[in-house]
Design a protein around this ligand. Sequence first.
Ligand SMILES: Nc1ncnc2c1ncn2[C@@H]1O[C@H](COP(=O)(O)OP(=O)(O)OP(=O)(O)O)[C@@H](O)[C@H]1O
Ligand SMILES: [Mg+2]
Length: 275
Amino acid sequence: MEPKRAVQISLRGVTKVFPGLGEHPDVQALGPIDADIQQGEFFTVVGPSGCGKSTFLDILAGLSRATSGTATFDGTPLMGVVPDGIGAVFQQDASFFWLNVWDNVAFGLRRRGMSAPEIERRVDHALSFIGLSDFAKAYPAQLSGGMRQRVCIARTLVLEPKVLLLDEPFGALDQQTRLLMGDELLRIWRETGATVVLITHALDEAAMLSDRVAVMSARPGVFIDIVKTDWPRTRDSTIVSDERFGAITARLWAKLRAESILSLGAALQTTGQAD
Ligand SMILES: Nc1ncnc2c1ncn2[C@@H]1O[C@H](COP(=O)(O)OP(=O)(O)OP(=O)(O)O)[C@@H](O)[C@H]1O
Ligand SMILES: [Mg+2]
């Protein structure tokens, strides 16, 4: 049996309301959310577009303050400042266009004042596992979208965070690369013991990678189901052929289908296309 792990991130009654602007009303984006994420857990959130997933991750990253409720990391309230030990890869490409790939990945290490040989060791290692060693001197404009996203992943991983927050990090990648990057992510998760919180729209990715998958409702996002997978820690993408994999994916879709229709219906109504 796996040892009982400590709660690392805890949310109680967390909500987020974005104030309206001009004629646009306030947007109730999230919550109330209650969640306990254990140290070393692989926790994934799936949900329809616009339901509040990125908002949830921004609160965990310390980038956005909850409107009400409390969110804590290692017992300390998350107050709108990114704490040490939390690393995030965001949904939109955030590579620095004025730095080449190598310098992009080294950026955070230099800011920490790390020694040059240690920076070189970490950056070279990170570039080799994301498959971009040959592009070390290239600038982001010379890369594909998926390659740029891999640079952002490497830039966060070299910091060896205790908690890794990933917002659709493989969204720009093709299916084969996604599966292999998923395997890499599982390896990093195992080797570093980091907690991973992943947002994805890919149900197969969620079912394959996670210890638990939370299904978020249409906006304002609340957790309507939390599915425990019980995969061994040593799993990889070959579990897609396990019969339980199909059952988990089916359960996720059963929960998500109605929410996605709701979410799309609301979107169509606001654009005047629904009848
Ligand atoms: N900075 C902001 N200011 C105002 N409203 C915002 C802001 N960020 C998000 N929202 C609103 O909050 C809601 C949730 O947005 P969020 O980005 O969290 O959705 P999401 O689940 O990540 O969607 P997607 O799957 O499309 O990335 C949306 O209705 C969005 O319009
Ligand atoms: Mg998002």
